[in-house]
Design a protein around this ligand. Structure first.
Ligand code: C5P
Length: 224
């Protein structure tokens, strides 16, 4: 059977990863959460106190970072490993969300991550979610969706997710973080968050997860 690349880009916390994971499971495709990779880099920068404006220090740090996805049977999803340590839980915390957009805007960081992502999906049959997948990583992806949703609805979903992991964060703080990340992501010089010309817009504000998954599956079917 023909296998393709499905690129899901869009604003923060509008359900990209959840949708991507489901679509990948239904199609027997691999799922790659590129946001997790930028979060892992941010965690390393935080732990090693890397000075983001020092190009040599950033380059050296990047050469020491190894990111892998390892399937976790219990969760039924992949965990992110940073230099052989499972950092899945840590990278989802609010302090990482507060620094990740700045780290992701560094051109050397983008260059390194984009190269790894292109390598990971060499054989197609992949659902990849992020900000620049349909524009930079795989401009030739057969299916491209640009996802968005109302900011307050996104923040409420994010707050619920954090609460499930026992992190209580004020809704206003989350709204501010989402707006800030979207702004930095959309205005950076390298790989900014923009809707690819050939991407289909999906506003998930009032869509169920099932509707989102079916929307992408329909596009996939048409692309075969
Ligand atoms: O998808 P998630 O919200 O976990 O991504 C975290 C951050 O990583 C985003 O706010 C963005 O700054 C960065 N990112 C990126 N390019 C991608 C995926 C994520 O710059 N392809």
């Amino acid at each position: 059977m023909k296998k393709v690349i499905i690129a899901l880009d869009g604003h923060s916390s509008c359900g990209k990863s959840t949708t991507a994971k489901r679509v990948a499971a239904q199609l027997g495709y691999a799922f790659i959460d590129t946001g997790a990779m930028y979060r892992a880099v941010s965690l390393y920068f935080h732990q090693q106190k890397i000075n983001s404006s020092d190009t040599a220090e950033v380059e050296k740090a990047l050469s020491q970072i190894h990111i892998r996805f390892v399937f976790n049977q219990q969760r039924g999803a992949s965990d992110v490993y940073l230099n052989d340590l499972n950092v899945e839980e840590e990278i989802r915390k609010m302090y990482i969300s507060q620094m990740v957009a700045q780290v992701s805007a560094i051109p050397a960081v983008r260059k390194a991550m984009v190269a790894q992502q292109q390598q990971m999906a060499k054989h197609r049959g992949v659902v990849m979610d992020g900000r620049d997948i349909g524009t930079q990583v795989f401009p030739d992806a057969e299916v491209k969706v640009f996802m968005t949703a109302d900011t307050v609805i996104r923040a409420e979903r994010r707050q619920k997710e954090l609460l499930e992991k026992n992190e209580l964060v004020d809704l206003e703080e989350i709204i501010e973080n989402l707006k800030q990340r979207d702004l930095i992501d959309s205005t950076r010089s390298e790989g900014p968050l923009v809707q690819a010309k050939d991407a289909v817009l999906m506003d998930t504000s009032f869509m169920t997860l099932e509707e989102q998954v079916n929307f992408v599956l329909d596009l996939h079917q048409k692309a075969l």
